[in-house]
Design a protein around this ligand. Structure first.
Ligand code: SF4
Length: 331
């Protein structure tokens, strides 16, 4: 396995107390695979991405790249491993230094990681611009002289410049016009396939994730509630939250209505049991008592919901219109 995240937690201490943004989360990423991580804003998915590349320090848990525990390394030892994991951020303008030309922004990572001679770096920057569909003449421009789509292409080129094995893309198209989103998504998909890079694609947009990812992990309030192959997403999604996200895709129905404050658990004091219980139409007594664990549903599909656990079999007969409790792939 290329990337293994095990039992990772991220906490922020604020004036109100300790906010648990990511809570004991585990996932794996194979070489060349795209794993989509989807969930509403504030569910902790960006914190997870930053903790994986160590832009923030996790409170608990491990991140292993090719078996190496990155937390066990010093800052200096971590540098060559950081080269292998690069991040593309949501806001293409703030991700670029406003005082540096495109060429300087693309050359800097090559210098930090001591890649090539100055002449080779110059050639490499020109080649990268070509690969992301930008004219070489843009190399001497400043970020404010570029369009949003061009800036994000520069960010993608910068992330690819040091030949990473893993790309973490945090909402890479959400700040772009709709007309540019498909272009940038296609570019990411093509480059990733050509180079065999593994990608953690973080987004609130289930349609974009369903288009790009091989597997999809659905996150709710700091935890993964379902993980499934792309082929299973539209017909076999099992968790009530995943079903809610699917129903809220504009082409399929109404947009996801913002939950009322009564429906949202307090992230400073998450409820005992399932964190989705206030919004779940299938909630039953067990859901308020015991947190559901991820259980396999067959193949690469797993779900954390008592409707699919052994404990629920005794209670599920009391649930109106329950989801199936055996394999959702039986049909
Ligand atoms: Fe709904 Fe219970 Fe499943 Fe949570 S565990 S999603 S409350 S049925």
């Amino acid at each position: 396995m290329l990337l293994e995240v095990d039992n990772l937690s991220v906490r922020y201490t604020t004036r109100r107390g300790v906010l648990s943004a990511v809570d004991g989360l585990s996932l794996q990423l194979r070489r060349g695979e795209t794993l989509g991580l989807v969930g509403e804003s504030g569910c902790g998915k960006s914190s997870l991405g930053k903790a994986i590349v160590r832009l923030i320090e996790p409170a608990e848990g491990t991140v292993r790249l090719d078996g190496q525990d990155l937390g066990a390394l010093t800052q200096r030892q971590r540098l060559p491993w950081r080269r292998r994991m690069q991040m593309v951020f949501q806001d293409p303008l703030s991700a670029l230094d406003p005082r540096k030309t495109v060429r300087r922004s693309l050359t800097l990572p090559l210098e930090v990681h001591r890649v090539g001679t100055p002449a080779e770096r110059r050639e490499r920057v020109d080649a990268l611009l070509h690969q992301v569909g930008l004219a070489a003449t843009l190399a001497e421009r400043m970020p404010h002289e570029l369009s949003g789509g061009q800036r994000q292409r520069v960010n993608i080129a910068r992330a690819l410049s040091v030949n990473p094995d893993v790309l973490i893309c945090d909402e890479p198209v959400s700040a772009l016009d709709v007309s540019l989103q498909a272009q940038v998504l296609n570019l990411l998909s093509d480059l990733q396939r050509e180079r065999g890079i593994a990608c953690l694609f973080i987004s609130h947009d289930l349609a974009a994730v369903g288009y790009l990812a091989d597997r999809i992990a659905v996150m709710y309030l700091g935890q993964i509630v379902e993980i499934l192959p792309r082929e299973a997403l539209w017909r076999h999604a099992a968790h009530p939250y995943t079903q809610l996200l699917i129903d809220s895709i504009p082409a399929r129905g109404a947009r996801l209505a913002a939950p009322s404050s009564a429906e949202l658990p307090d992230p400073y004091a998450p409820p005992r049991g399932c964190r989705f219980q206030q919004r779940c139409p299938h909630a039953m007594p067990l859901c308020g008592e015991q947190p559901p664990e991820l259980v396999p549903l067959g193949g690469a599909h797993a779900v954390a919901c008592h409707l699919y656990g052994r404990e629920a079999r005794a209670q599920v007969s009391n649930v109106s219109n329950p989801a199936p409790i055996a394999s959702v792939h039986d049909a």
